[in-house]
Write a protein that binds this ligand. Structure first.
Ligand code: PLP
Length: 302
């Protein structure tokens, strides 16, 4: 039963971000709180799923199967949605059975789990990867890792309308650009498509540059037929994905007005601070920072 899920249209709230280093630079930031759309279904991952769920419904599937690691925000959002809206979910996990808070939640949400090992998980990009799983679970629709691709990006386009509807409440006549963390760049691509060149989108890479984010974004933007696209990717990976150094943990714990996690949102806001201090944005600039969620994944890291 995928239809009830397709009828859910959560509206993320836009909130001012009162931080001294912003005030000092005369730059205003408002946060789009994807982390707070729901107590269980959190972050950008819900939006990246929506068009995949629609495709699943159109294909006549009953439920969805997808991939992720033992801390995956994507599998967490998918499993929570399956439980909430009553459709079956199957998770194919990286590595060998592990007991993390995320995995406990996946089980509690009723997601069926298969552990693929590391070698098995590396096969996920192979052309015939899904064949055997579809033969085994013909009623489940396969969704790529993280809900990526053009379908994933299309779900994120809605954020532009959400923000524009809420500007007046903040007393903003307009905004000058977007700032967000990138893993695959799918969410950034959605914003780039929706802005269609009107405002720039700045993406902070949470993964090293050799992860192919730039080409992934180009692929989505080209598939949608958009030229010219206005975005910039900045390296915020700090030596690797899931690398947490003392400066980053310090920054997160001293940024008391908003909860951040160290993999994505912490890195993104920290690089914004560095760029503002380096004079990238003139006084009077107004930016939207997307809180992409991920707070559930933090539980295993503390
Ligand atoms: C997955 C994720 C991202 C990255 O999103 P992409 O669309 O892959 O770039 C950013 N932040 C959080 C918290 C995430 O879980």
């Amino acid at each position: 039963m995928l239809l009830p899920a397709l009828d859910w249209h959560p509206q993320p709230r836009l909130e001012p971000l009162p931080l001294d280093w912003l005030a000092l630079a005369g730059v205003e930031v408002a946060v789009l709180r994807l982390d707070q759309i729901d107590p269980l279904i959190s972050g950008n991952k819900w939006f990246k799923l929506v068009h995949h769920l629609r495709a699943a419904q159109e294909a006549g599937a009953e439920g969805v199967m997808s991939l992720g690691g033992a801390y995956s925000n994507h599998l967490h959002a998918l499993a929570a949605a399956g439980k909430r809206f009553g459709f079956p979910t199957l998770g194919l996990l990286r590595g060998h059975p592990m007991d993390t808070p995320t995995v406990r939640d996946l089980n509690a949400f009723g997601m069926q789990l298969h552990w693929l090992g590391y070698g098995g998980y590396r096969e996920r990009h192979a052309a015939d990867f899904w064949g055997p799983w579809q033969a085994r679970y013909p009623q489940l629709y396969p969704v790529p890792e993280g809900g990526s691709g053009l379908a994933g990006a299309q779900g994120c386009m809605a954020w532009v309308a959400s923000v524009r509807e809420q500007l007046a409440r903040l007393g903003w006549a307009d905004y000058h650009g977007w700032w967000l963390a990138c893993g695959t760049g799918t969410s950034l691509a959605g914003l780039v498509l929706a802005e269609a060149g009107e405002r720039p989108v700045y993406g902070v890479l949470a993964v090293p540059e050799d992860h192919g984010v730039a080409s992934q974004v180009e692929r989505i933007v080209t598939a949608a037929g958009l030229t010219p696209a206005r975005y910039e990717l900045l390296d915020g990976s700090r030596g690797g994905f899931a690398r947490v150094d003392a400066q980053l943990s310090d920054f997160i714990s001293t940024t008391g007005v908003i909860e951040l996690e160290p993999l994505y949102t912490g890195k993104a806001l920290m690089l914004l601070k560095a760029q503002i201090e380096a004079g990238r944005f003139a006084r009077g600039t107004r930016l939207i920072f997307v809180h992409t969620g991920g707070l559930q994944g933090r539980r295993g890291l503390e």
